[in-house]
Ligand binder design. Structure first.
Ligand code: SF4
Length: 283
């Protein structure tokens, strides 16, 4: 009889739960309509649920006049924050404290005269908000890109919170080979590291891995990449109905993990779905 096992660290992190709790309270007891500046988190199902509760997503800070505007978990640029405070009726900052820690590291390095390099995904909202804190900052997504940089003067390196340690270390090593003065701040989030380690450990034992979470979520995609290396029969889904159940045939151990932006309820829903469709038990 096949078994199902959920990774020992999986699902919504403290920053996401904190942001969802803040918005939930504002929507329930607040006197103003609530809008978020960009999606609060990278999980389309959760954003859809919030919209049903009346929480709008606005793409520009000046599109929420008369509303309570919530700055999202990934952070906002200083210009967006300033515009939000100028134009919205009120502002709530739901930026994860660990993302703010990256902002502080970048501001300090920039203040010390360093050119800041952010290792991460160019264009990701967290990276955009981080880079906006240091003029002339650069983003690299691979060791090859890092090795190709020819920066004059001292360099400061930080990580997008959700990247893998392997990528960060490879980029730091490449920069240290080509530059004399490199200061490194490892700003990878602990929640990310723990989910990645637990996913890898489970994927190495499982016959199939199911990764649940937003397809637009960087940390969920990284979990999938890690799982796919250790377990080729890996699947990234946002909801159980996307799962090809035939791919589970013959599996002794089915592993489940979930991104940091995936609520616990979505993991429970997947477990219920597997129980109902396959008649198998979780361990
Ligand atoms: S993954 Fe880490 S940095 Fe990102 S929201 Fe969660 S706790 Fe914060």
């Amino acid at each position: 009889m096949p078994r199902i096992e959920v990774a020992s660290e999986a699902g919504a992190c403290f920053g996401v739960e904190r942001a969802l709790g803040m918005v939930d309270e504002l929507a329930r007891v607040g006197s103003l309509s609530v809008a978020t500046l960009g999606p609060l988190i990278h999980n389309p199902r959760v954003i859809g649920q919030l919209e049903q509760e009346g929480v709008r997503v606005v793409e520009a800070a000046d599109a929420a006049s008369g509303s309570m505007l919530v700055l999202r978990t990934h952070g906002s640029t200083p210009a967006e924050e300033a515009l939000a405070r100028e134009t919205a009726e009120a502002v709530t900052d739901a930026t994860c404290p660990l993302v703010k820690r990256v902002h502080r590291a970048v501001e300090r390095m920039y203040g010390d005269g360093r050119t800041v390099v952010v290792v991460g995904e160019a264009g990701h909202p967290e990276v955009v908000a981080t880079m906006a804190r240091a003029e002339g900052s650069l983003c690299v997504g691979s060791a090859e890109e890092a090795a190709a940089l020819g920066i004059e003067g001292p360099v400061g390196v930080v990580a997008q919170t959700t990247i893998t340690h392997e990528l960060f270390e490879a980029c730091c090593e490449a920069l240290s080979r080509t530059h004399d003065d490199v200061e490194v701040a490892d700003t990878i989030c602990d929640a990310t590291t723990k989910r990645q380690a637990a996913a890898r450990e489970l994927a190495e034992r499982a016959d199939c891995m199911i990764v649940i979470g937003g397809k637009n979520s960087a940390n969920t995609r990284h979990l999938y990449d890690i799982c796919a290396v250790a377990c080729p029969n890996s699947h990234h889904i946002e909801s159980p109905d996307e799962l090809d159940v035939s791919s589970l045939e013959g599996c002794d151990l089915i592993g489940i993990t979930a991104g940091a932006s995936t609520p616990a309820a979505h993991i429970e829903e997947l477990l219920d779905y597997l129980h109902a469709s396959l008649g198998i038990e979780s361990s």
